[in-house]
Design a protein around this ligand. Structure first.
Ligand code: AMP
Length: 220
């Protein structure tokens, strides 16, 4: 979302104001962290999007970092990336290994103790953050990295991969927060929405980054 990209009340998809350049290897992230549902969700389109994203990352040689589960969209995405020859790193707390069916065949699995350690590891091991459809856990993860960004604690692009409008209410809520005077409109520069995967890498390449000095998150 960028300033001047429309009225605050107008939700928008991929509302970058600047022209989207071609993504090339110099601007592509080496690794991305993906937050997504540990369930499949009601829309079969989300499952397809998760599989396509896994394949895209593998094809582009981008390491997938995610929550390490074998269930729901998480499992679909990881299996698709592995099936296409990609590198997949999972970060999972020991107490969730059973409930989220810790994936048995990832390139690397990190077993941590707490949810906070999981989020910090996932964050630190990736150059950009992506959000697929998901539930409460996905929302929590997204809002934490967005809040870190608004505090100037990092400068990593955050891209929401919308599927059939699933995340439109989130876009509306974010605009409402700005309209209500509880956030700067510039805070929305840090998050972009894309509705198909063709837009994803060019959008990441076009997003501002590196202007904020990264500060240690473990002081939070
Ligand atoms: P959900 O979107 O609810 O299906 O959850 C997606 C993923 O987020 C799952 O792997 C959850 O374990 C994870 N999750 C849920 N709450 C948190 C949290 N507070 N911190 C980190 N990960 C979480």
């Amino acid at each position: 979302m960028t300033p001047g990209s429309g009225k605050a009340s107008e939700p928008s998809i991929n509302n970058l104001a600047c022209p989207v350049p071609e993504a090339d290897s110099a601007t592509l992230p080496a690794s991305v962290c993906v937050f997504c549902g540990a369930r499949f969700g009601a829309d079969p389109g989300a499952r397809e999007m998760a599989a396509n994203l896994g394949e895209l990352l593998a094809r582009e040689g981008i390491t997938l970092v995610y929550g390490g589960g074998g269930v729901g969209l998480m499992g679909v995405m990881a299996n698709a990336a592995l099936g296409a020859g990609g590198k997949v790193v999972g970060v999972i707390p020991s107490f969730l290994l059973k409930r989220e069916a810790g994936h048995p065949a990832l390139t690397q699995t990190l077993v941590v103790e707490t949810m906070h350690q999981r989020k910090l590891e996932m964050f630190e091991r990736s150059d950009a953050i992506l959000v697929l459809p998901g539930g409460i856990g996905t929302l929590e993860e997204f809002f934490e990295v967005l809040s870190w960004r608004t505090l100037g604690l990092h400068a990593k692009p955050i891209v929401i991969v919308d599927t059939n409008g699933y995340w439109q209410p989130l876009s509306q809520l974010l605009h409402k927060v700005v309209e209500g005077g509880f956030a700067e409109s510039s805070h929305l520069d840090h998050v972009a929405f894309v509705s198909d995967l063709e837009q994803l890498l060019p959008t990441i390449a076009a997003m501002p980054r590196g202007q904020i000095s990264e500060k240690p998150l473990d002081r939070l």
